[in-house]
Ligand binder design. Structure first.
Ligand SMILES: Nc1ncnc2c1ncn2[C@@H]1O[C@H](COP(=O)(O)OP(=O)(O)OP(=O)(O)O)[C@@H](O)[C@H]1O
Length: 229
C-alpha cells in the first residue's frame, strides 16, 4: 500500500537519507529502528510530505504521491503522530480530536467512541485544555487525533519515548487492537526494542541514512551492530 523507492532527502545542503526503500502493508506494523540521528524521523517526514524528497519515488495505494503536499496525503489516508506529540495546548481535548476528524472522509464523530474506549482518560478530560494534560496523556491525545481520521496508514514517531510504562502498555494494546480489528497499516519508529518486537511484523534497521538490514525478525547480530545493544 505504501512503497518508498530509493529516496534521498536533505536539510539544506546536508543529505540525510540516501537511497532508502521501504514498504508498508495493510494490517501490518512496519518498524524503523536505529540509533539517534540516523534519519528515522526524516524518513517519516518524507513519507508524510513535511520534507520534500530530492530523488526517488513514493507510491501510496498505487498513486504516485512523490510531489503531493501533506494535506493531500492526509486526505488520501495518511495520519502522522510526530515525535514530541504536537497537540494544540490551548484547545480542549475534544477540539483536538475534531481537528483530526477534518481529514476523515465520512466526518462522523462515531469514531470518538472507539478513541475513548482506547484511551478512557481522554473522555474524562474531554473539556480540559490539551496543555493541562500530562506528557503521557498528551501522547494518547496525539494518537487519538491521528485515529480520528480513520487512517489507512498511521505513522508513529517514537510514541513510547519518555512515557510512563503503564501508558506505553496502553499504546501497545491499541496498536495490537488496530492490527486485529482494522486494516490499518502502521509505520513505527522506535528506540525501544522490546516495544517494537512486541507489535512489529517487519523491521528495517537504519544507519547513517541508509537501510542496513530488513526482515520479519530482528537478528541479534544486526541489533548489536547498529543499535549498540
Ligand atoms: N530540521 C533540521 N534541520 C537540519 N538538520 C536536521 C533537522 N532535523 C534533523 N536534522 C539532522 O538530520 C539527521 C537525522 O535526524 P533524524 O531526526 O531524522 O534522526 P533520527 O534517527 O530520527 O534520530 P532521533 O532518534 O534522535 O530522533 C541528524 O544529523 C539531524 O541532526
Amino acid at each position: 500500500m505504501l512503497s518508498v523507492d530509493r529516496i534521498d532527502a536533505a536539510y539544506d545542503e546536508s543529505t540525510v537519507l540516501r537511497g532508502v526503500s521501504i514498504n508498508a502493508k495493510k494490517n501490518q506494523v512496519t518498524c524503523i529502528l536505529g540509533r539517534n540521528g540516523v534519519g528515522k524521523s526524516t524518513l517519516i517526514k518524507s513519507i508524510m510530505g513535511v520534507l520534500k524528497v530530492q530523488e526517488g519515488r513514493l507510491t501510496f495505494n498505487d498513486k504516485d504521491i512523490t510531489k503531493a503536499i501533506p494535506a493531500k496525503r492526509a486526505r488520501a489516508g495518511m495520519s502522522y503522530v510526530p515525535q514530541g506529540r504536537e497537540i494544540f495546548s490551548s484547545l480542549t481535548v475534544e477540539e483536538n480530536l475534531l481537528l483530526g476528524l477534518e481529514a476523515n472522509q465520512n466526518k462522523k464523530t462515531d469514531i470518538f467512541e472507539t478513541i475513548y474506549r482506547y484511551f478512557p482518560v481522554l473522555k474524562e478530560m474531554k473539556n480540559r485544555k490539551g496543555g493541562d494534560l500530562s506528557g503521557g496523556q498528551q501522547q494518547q491525545l496525539a494518537i487519538g487525533r491521528a485515529l480520528a481520521a480513520e487512517p489507512a496508514l498511521l505513522l508513529l514517531d517514537e510514541p513510547a519515548e519518555g512515557i510512563q510504562p503503564n501508558i506505553v502498555e496502553d499504546i501497545q494494546q491499541v496498536i495490537i487492537d488496530l492490527k486485529q480489528n482494522t486494516e490499518t497499516a502502521m509505520i513505527l519508529v522506535e528506540q525501544n526494542i522490546e516495544f517494537a518486537r512486541s507489535v512489529g511484523d517487519y523491521f528495517y534497521v537504519m544507519d547513517r541514512g541508509r537501510i542496513m538490514f530488513e526482515g520479519p525478525e530482528l537478528v541479534q547480530e544486526e541489533l548489536e551492530q547498529y543499535l549498540s545493544i
